[in-house]
Design a protein around this ligand. Structure first.
Ligand SMILES: Cc1ncc(COP(=O)(O)O)c(C=O)c1O
Length: 463
């Protein structure tokens, strides 16, 4: 396809009424290492590369849209988390962020555990050889079949999410002649997102059992009585894309308070606490995530301090980062199809994917950045909105971004930090074919999840 010149369209601050950017970045050609996977850079032609491979060649070989995942970066992040938390704590990668059999094998090799939240994720984990004792099973409404499969497989823990489930898991474990290790998920009245947290009144949600009103204490009472269960600890997950540790501080304090109550009432010191996931990543240059070692230090200090003041032995801590491990390691590569300047507003750039490969912008108003990656450009910045090809005006991939004004059909643009909750939340809306995930490492690229085909669609449609 040829690249056609067109009017630059509107510029910036005067028309920007919503969104993240108030001014264009100093140089649109720079690929900020904060938001791009570790091995991404530009070659001498100005083409972006990952793992040493140019995106032009990758697009040629694998097509667009496609997710490219930097395996070197993924493994390095796993190691950083494992090392930061050390031998006295456990890191469970949250599979909901993105799971495939290759991912499971890398996790296993890099020493991480895995949190799954459905029968499908459990099957994927087991089929790729993750030892069952390294798997935690979550979910607010696990089916009896899922519970049975998990217990039979011997998962390391099931996280109980309701009073009914306490009995259900105990019954199934007992019928299989097993004693299942479990944690109880509690809601601590904290909701945390990015830099803000609300420390009260977030019991109004479907997950967990509230500490408020003594419900969590009652859940512990019931779980301790059941022969089929071995209660090993308390679990709390407070939100997503969190940069500020204050929410974890409140959550840990409240969980430790429950541990102290359990000790006082039952004479039992529960040996583990899980503080969940939710640690933030940089989607744009303005985000400043914490490094795993800072997070590990902060969490361990908080828990140790709270336990000392309650006179408890410090329990083994576990965490469940998903986004913070896989999020930054992938980008979505799109080809530009049309470029439509709207006078006095912005320029709409349509790509060959959209809300079917990244629902987060439509769903959560998520912010992303985007760059022209098939070449560099000295053209002026153009206030743009990157949209997909679906029949829905909310089909927005990047709400507000600056792209060079000479952008045209045929150019490749890429959205970084799409490793988490993009392929895993992808849909077939408009019968779109879900894009492949291609792992790139040391000059080699290999498909780890293939692109869907029309035959795949028709195979499910039994007519
Ligand atoms: C219980 C639990 N653990 C871990 C996670 C992973 O969160 P994140 O990917 O933001 O780290 C989630 C996300 O919803 C969750 O519900």
């Amino acid at each position: 396809m040829s690249r056609s010149a067109h009017p630059a369209g509107p510029r910036h601050a005067d028309v920007l009424t919503e969104g993240h950017y108030s001014a264009p970045p100093a140089d649109l050609n720079v690929l900020d290492p904060k938001v791009w996977a570790r091995t991404v850079t530009r070659d001498e032609r100005g083409v972006a590369t990952v793992g040493g491979l140019g995106v032009d060649a990758l697009a040629e070989e694998f097509g667009t849209p496609a997710y490219f995942l930097d395996e070197t970066d993924f493994r390095a992040r796993c190691r950083a988390w494992a090392e930061a938390f050390g031998k006295d704590a456990d890191v469970f990668y949250a599979g909901k962020a993105f799971l495939s059999r290759a991912i499971v094998r890398w996790l296993k090799e890099e020493g991480l555990n895995l949190d799954v939240c459905s029968g499908g994720e459990l099957t994927t984990a087991l089929s790729a050889g993750m030892p069952a004792e390294r798997i935690a099973f979550h979910g607010n409404n696990k089916s009896e079949e899922e519970i049975r499969t998990a217990v039979e497989a011997g998962v390391g823990r099931i996280v109980l999410d309701s009073f009914q489930e306490i009995v259900r898991v105990a019954h199934i474990a007992q019928s299989l002649g097993k004693r299942q290790r479990v944690q109880i998920r509690v809601t601590v009245g904290v909701e945390a997102h990015t830099h803000e947290f609300i420390a009260t009144a977030h019991e109004d949600q479907k997950f967990g059992i509230a500490l408020a009103g003594g419900q969590a204490a009652e859940a512990v009472r019931r779980a301790l009585k059941l022969d089929g269960l071995e209660l090993i600890g308390i679990h709390s997950h407070i939100g997503s894309q969190i940069f500020d540790m204050a929410g974890f501080e409140v959550s840990a304090r409240r969980v430790v308070q429950l541990l102290a109550e359990v000790r006082d009432e039952h004479g039992v010191e529960l040996p583990e606490i899980d503080l969940g996931g939710g640690l933030g990543i940089a989607y744009t240059s303005e985000d400043d995530p914490r490094e795993p070692h800072e997070i590990a230090k902060a969490l361990s200090e908080i828990v140790t301090r709270e336990c000392e003041s309650a006179g408890l032995r410090t329990p083994r801590i576990s965490v469940e980062p998903g986004r913070a491990i896989v999020g930054p390691t992938a980008f979505t590569l799109y080809r530009v199809g049309t470029v439509k300047p709207l006078e006095g507003l912005r320029t709409y750039v349509s790509v060959d994917g959209g809300m079917s490969d990244n629902i987060r912008t439509a769903l959560y108003d998520a912010e992303y950045s985007v760059s022209l990656v098939s070449r560099t450009s000295d053209a002026e910045p153009m206030l743009s909105r990157v949209v997909g090809k679906h029949c829905e005006s909310g089909d927005i991939v990047v709400r507000d971004a600056f792209l060079p004004a000479d952008l045209g059909p045929g150019d490749l643009i890429a959205v970084p930090a799409t490793g988490a909750y993009c392929r895993s939340m992808a849909s077939n809306y408009n019968h779109a074919l879900r894009p492949p995930v291609v792992a790139v490492r040391d000059g080699e690229a290999r498909v780890i999840v293939r692109r869907e085909t029309e035959e795949d669609l028709l195979r499910l449609d039994v007519g």
